[in-house]
Design a protein around this ligand. Structure first.
Ligand code: BG6
Length: 489
């Protein structure tokens, strides 16, 4: 009998982001970032994340920066800044081939537009990458993961301002130059489509009158497309071995019924999601843009040469997060219950179970999406986020029996294998929040994804000490056997 396994060289690992993991928001010369103004959501409001997408005003930002009462958990994260040696050693123990992290832009350029980079910030990431190298772990680095320097919001209004392209390119060139021989895999913008949900989280957009137009959001994302292409160009010039990817929050959707009107609705929903990868992978705005922009009164200014830049410097691979699927229905009044999701609310699918936070669990949807994306783009794919946010229980002896997490991951890994068998080229898999970290949407600590537990609560109380959950030992075996323990049960 042949043993089923993942392809040789498959990049198993885990994923994090500076704003949710590092902490030390005002240490080492780091400037404040947009993530530092995020207030913790109370457990009773978990499913209501309207605030997350509300337009951000200057007053709200200034209030948060001066507030002495509110809880801003992303400022302390999980204290990776001081514990990176121990964290990376734990990843090595699990056998990680890769570790996804982001660079906090405001650690390098504290105000976003400083003349010179902050050497202490640069040195910190040198130390992190050296620690990875010690164990043969390949870093996978996101340049921008919801953590734009606050100066870019306050002094430029965010990414709707074209000047921000130059500021980002300067930052990207600085870190690419510094780490060109230490980091092979780069992602430009985390979940670039988040812009359509929160202009502030995705693009540091500041609203003068409390409103946010779609034109501003798409203008901002156009600037990010250009900035991403210019960073890709530079990366290839400085080291042709570097691979740059785009990153999409993938929302696989299904027609609610076989009614052709629902099928067409699903195509439209898919276009809204795939617009971003269509531009970044294919290097051009897709044909459906014209109608979409017209019907939604979206006006975007293109400068001469923009389309050439997009065409000349597309990404090398596509990465994405996958947590759930959604439903498309032409007439929402005929629909059923709604469900929560990462930043999106949708109609709930009666065939699927949901997590404690109401995110519907759909492993087969991952195979569907891998097939769809590979059929569409034929570039290597990388799953850089997937996982289960859950409440963990620490037993008296300190153990944590997170079988629900193991079941979730196992089911998704099985479907990844099927997709590879279908012919999909999949580079790797980095499970989200490999060490517990602060949630992006609700800023809670109690929503845990990790293999490694962090002793901290929602208010930031605790020792922040690390411990191994049952999933830690299970994932170690997954990597050791290259998936064989899951696939040959
Ligand atoms: C993704 C983000 O959308 O989902 C991460 O890239 C985030 O930053 C993850 O943490 C899970 O979402 P949440 O809200 O459960 O932390």
């Amino acid at each position: 009998m042949t043993v089923k396994q993942f392809p040789k060289g498959f990049l198993w690992g885990g994923a994090t982001a500076a704003n949710q993991f590092e902490g030390a928001w005002n240490e080492g010369g780091r400037g404040p970032a947009t993530s530092d103004t995020a207030v913790a959501v109370k457990p009773e409001d978990r499913k209501n994340i309207e605030d997350f997408s509300a337009p951000m005003t200057r007053e709200k930002i200034e209030f948060a920066l001066n507030d002495k009462e509110g809880l801003y958990p992303k400022r302390w994260g999980s204290d990776f800044y001081h514990r990176y040696q121990e964290d990376i050693a734990l990843y090595a123990e699990m056998g990680f081939k890769t570790f996804r992290l982001s660079i906090a832009w405001s650690r390098i350029f504290p105000n976003g537009d400083d003349a010179q980079p902050n050497e202490e910030g640069l040195q910190f990431y040198d130390n992190v990458f050296d620690a990875c190298a010690k164990y043969g772990i390949e870093p996978l680095v996101t340049l921008s993961h919801y953590e734009t320097p606050i100066g870019i919001a306050l002094n430029y209004g965010g990414w709707k301002n074209r000047q921000v392209i130059d500021l980002f390119v300067k930052y990207a060139e600085t870190v690419l130059t510094r780490y060109k021989d230490k980091v092979k895999y780069w992602l430009t913008f985390n979940e670039i489509n988040i812009m359509g949900i929160s202009g502030y989280v995705g693009g540091a957009l500041v609203s003068e009158d409390g409103t946010q137009s779609l034109s501003e959001m798409y203008q901002a994302v156009h600037h990010q497309f250009i900035a991403s292409s210019l960073a890709t160009k530079f990366a290839h010039e400085i080291n042709p071995g570097i691979k740059v990817g785009m990153m999409l929050a993938r929302m696989q959707s299904y027609p609610a019924t076989p009614n052709p009107a629902d099928v067409m609705e699903e195509i439209k929903k898919d276009h809204e999601n795939l617009f971003f990868s269509d531009v970044q992978v294919r290097g051009k705005y897709p044909a459906y843009t014209k109608r979409f922009f017209k019907e939604n009164n979206i006006e975007v200014t293109f400068e001469e040469g923009d389309l050439d830049i997009l065409a000349q410097y597309p990404v090398d691979f596509m990465s994405f997060s996958y947590y759930m699927s959604s439903i498309a229905r032409h007439n929402p009044e005929e629909g059923g219950e709604s469900t929560a999701g990462n930043f999106l609310l949708g109609e709930s699918n009666p065939y699927l179970a949901a997590s404690d936070w109401g995110w519907q669990i759909d492993p087969i949807g991952l195979r569907v999406t891998l097939n769809n994306l590979y059929d569409r783009y034929e570039v290597p794919l990388f799953i850089v986020e997937n996982g289960l946010g859950a409440l963990d229980q620490v037993e008296e002896d300190g153990s944590i029996h997170d079988t629900y997490r193991i079941d979730y991951l196992k089911a998704h890994i099985e479907q990844m294998y099927e997709a590879i068998e279908d012919g999909v080229e999949l580079m790797g898999y980095t499970s989200w929040g490999c060490t517990d970290l602060v949630s992006a949407s609700t800023s809670e600590m109690s929503k845990r994804y990790g293999f490694v537990y962090v002793d901290a609560d929602d208010e930031g109380n605790g020792s922040f000490d690390r411990s191994r959950k049952d999933s830690f030992f299970w994932y170690k075996e997954v990597i050791e056997t290259n998936g064989a323990n899951v696939l040959n049960e």
